[in-house]
Design a protein around this ligand. Structure first.
Ligand code: PEP
Length: 250
């Protein structure tokens, strides 16, 4: 299985910033072809990013999408619009979408189904809050989010990646220890085996939550961590590059 290192820029960087970043970053990763790399800039930068990524092995991702192809959905972006820019991945169910924008599992599931139908590879984000962890509910929460997110598309698991992102570790500087992350990743892998009836060998289970160039190596050494979804540290091309090289060295 090829590891995936994915950047989630959130609401950062204009189209011009994106061009500056990629002009530095793409030559640096040109030869790092044994790992999958994805960058998800804001929607407004997809067009310029797509032109620069055309001849590169780095994939383009979106941070969200609506499930319908078109219609009266003010402010939303459809899968067809993403495909116009050769968007290969879409991040769905990110904790900021769940907690700030109130997205529920049923909506996330509709988006997951639509992404798979349109051939855009979804990265389903799951993870517990601090309160849920302290109450010992981590595995229950993660199991519920995965079962609900994948309802009806369990047979398509092979076209899907999952990111385990404990909410308490996102953007806080607090990382899960490799052991804490590995426990959840091992559990997710067994759930994937059950849901796909043992047929899925392609789904990566990414870890996300304050990953940086200093903690990446110890995390990726764990057996069931297949890559990262990186927020803050991915905003700096040097740091993101360093994280990718740490993954390659394991
Ligand atoms: C994220 O938002 O997906 C994320 C993991 O952010 P950060 O790396 O900043 O914690």
């Amino acid at each position: 299985m090829r590891y995936l290192v994915a950047a989630n820029w959130k609401m950062n960087k204009t189209a011009a910033d994106t061009v500056d970043y990629l002009e530095k970053f793409l030559p640096a990763v040109e030869d790092l072809t044994t790992v999958d790399i994805m960058i998800a800039p804001p929607f407004t930068a997809l067009s310029s990013a797509s032109l620069l990524l055309e001849k590169s092995h780095v994939s383009l991702g979106a941070q969200n999408m609506y499930f319908a192809e078109s219609g009266a959905f003010t402010g939303e972006i459809s899968p067809v619009m993403l495909l116009e820019f050769d968007t290969e991945y879409v991040i769905l169910g990110h904790s900021e979408r769940r907690h700030i924008f109130g997205e529920k599992d049923s909506l996330i599931n509709q988006k997951m189904v639509s992404a798979v139908e349109h051939g855009i590879r979804p990265i389903l984000c799951v993870g517990e809050t601090l309160e849920e962890r302290e109450l010992g509910k981590t595995l229950n929460v993660v199991e519920h989010q995965i079962r609900a997110g994948l309802a009806g598309i369990e047979e398509d698991m092979v076209y899907i990646d999952i990111a385990y992102e404990p909410v308490w570790a996102i953007g806080t500087g607090k990382t899960a220890t490799p052991e804490q992350a590995e426990e959840v990743h091992r559990f997710i892998r067994s759930l994937i085996n059950e849901l796909s009836k043992g047929k899925d060998e392609k789904t990566r289970i990414l870890y996300g939550g304050s990953v940086n160039e200093n903690n990446a190596r110890n995390l990726i050494k764990e057996d069931h961590i297949d890559g990262f979804l990186v927020g803050t540290a991915s905003l700096d091309p040097n740091k993101f590059y360093k994280i990718i090289t740490e993954v390659l060295e394991v």
